[in-house]
Design a protein around this ligand. Structure first.
Ligand SMILES: CC(C)(COP(=O)(O)OP(=O)(O)OC[C@H]1O[C@@H](n2cnc3c(N)ncnc32)[C@H](O)[C@@H]1OP(=O)(O)O)[C@@H](O)C(=O)NCCC(=O)NCCS
Length: 187
């Protein structure tokens, strides 16, 4: 007989008495890592309090504490995601991406590291950094850039250049609409 989903030492044991794995017939609720056979999670470091939903494919990456990885997200090897960061469903986070703390990653955000595909030489791939407190709108495409802290990327934007701290950008290619209060060029 297969071990109970949360049996100590089983492949489903999440080691969290305060956040037990759900019974196998309840796949619709938030869950901790590693939990069930509807997730492909290999060689990841995942902080306490972080919830990973079903149908997530993540490998060789690090996620901090109290974060959330939504349904149908893929996180590739070497990616680092900070604390209290929320990655909404259907997002793809490729190698060479670093995401800070308190970041909101909307639904279906696509990160890019290979700007001239297919480029098999990985040393030609480029990195992306997302600053603390930034917000990436749904369906945005993030080319290899640095998005500043507390910046906002509009829905559907294609971000081709670095985004300054506190800037609100939108469009294809993304342009600065305005800055949040307290940010922007010094007058
Ligand atoms: C970019 C954004 C933050 C701007 O919000 P805002 O500052 O309130 O901007 P406004 O609605 O006043 O729009 C300002 C201008 O930018 C345009 N604009 C707004 N959002 C845009 C977008 N995503 N792409 C292109 N243009 C956009 C507006 O049409 C308007 O243009 P106009 O001046 O020619 O009329 C917001 O529209 C947005 O896209 N937020 C992301 C939402 C999201 O993805 N949420 C995910 C969770 S569901």
């Amino acid at each position: 007989m297969a071990p109970a989903v949360d049996a100590p030492g089983s492949m489903y044991d999440n080691g969290r008495a305060d956040f037990p794995a759900p019974p196998p017939n309840r796949q619709d609720i938030a869950m901790s890592y590693p939990v069930n056979d509807r997730q492909l999670i290999r060689d990841c470091e995942i902080g306490e309090g972080t919830k990973v939903w079903n149908f997530v494919n993540m490998y060789g990456c690090k996620v901090g504490r109290d974060s959330m990885i939504g349904t149908f997200v893929e996180v590739q090897g070497g990616v680092t995601i900070g604390d209290r960061t929320r990655v909404q469903s259907h997002t793809f986070i490729c190698e060479l991406v670093t995401i800070g703390n308190d970041v909101f990653v909307g639904h279906g955000v696509m990160f890019i590291n290979d700007t001239m595909p297919p480029q098999p030489e990985k040393e030609k791939w480029k990195a992306t950094f997302i600053g603390d407190g930034a917000s990436l709108g749904s369906n945005s495409t993030i080319l290899p850039v640095r998005v500043g802290k507390n910046a906002v990327v509009g829905a559907g934007a294609v971000v081709t250049k670095d985004v300054p701290d506190g800037a609100i950008v939108a469009g294809c290619p993304a342009k600065i609409l305005r800055y949040k209060e307290g940010y922007g060029p010094k007058k």
